[in-house]
Design a binder for this molecule. Sequence first.
Ligand code: PGA
Length: 248
Amino acid sequence: MERKPFIAGNWKMNMTAASGAKLIDELKPLVKDADCDVALCVPAILIPAMAEAAKGSNIAIGAQNMHWEAKGAFTGEISADMLKEYGVKYVIIGHSERRQYFGETDETVNKRTKAVLAAGMTPIMCIGETLSEREGGITEDVLSRQLEKDLEGVEDVTKVVIAYEPVWAIGTGRTATDEQAQETIAFIRKKIGELFCPKCAEKVIIQYGGSMNAGNCKGLMAQPDIDGGLIGGASLKCDFAKIVNFDK
Ligand code: PGA
């Protein structure tokens, strides 16, 4: 299996420059021998200070959103060049909170994803079904639609990280079972194979996200199609290192 596991934190709208730098200082020695790729996706304003704090370590810094245009009259938005100036490697795109509260659509997720790729960074593109969609038995339809629309026109899907985040598991303490997560992520991989090619699908890193923590990460990471995690709440403390070291 050539896919390298990838554990990424999503700080959301948490931390300050001071508390963030302190946490990164504490994490650095704890994650330095990780066998996986490690990233922290931090609020845009904290990127310069967190990039400085993480310097020389194996913690990459990521952003939580990016606009598709290079520059211009887009108040409140952040461009690729602004992120790249600080060495940002990853950008979360289409998080369900952006979709739910900030009008993100499959169309804008698609534009942002392609812009991140064109800028030479890696999008962590989030997809996932709501509770009513899962209970209504339409999980696969929802994920298929998201994958079709969000990845439309993407040339090399192997450069995209997919985060499967069931909306009902985010920040709720309710995790998908290992089997549920495996089954759904295997479906996502199969669908990517149909949309692109089966060989590419085998290379795509697919993370699970939704209340992943130090206690449940081993079981989830043991699943054959789960290549990593996108971690919200548990990335705000040193416990994040336990997830990064899930295999130790
Ligand atoms: P959570 O968030 O780990 O706090 O559930 C995950 C995410 O939304 O990326």
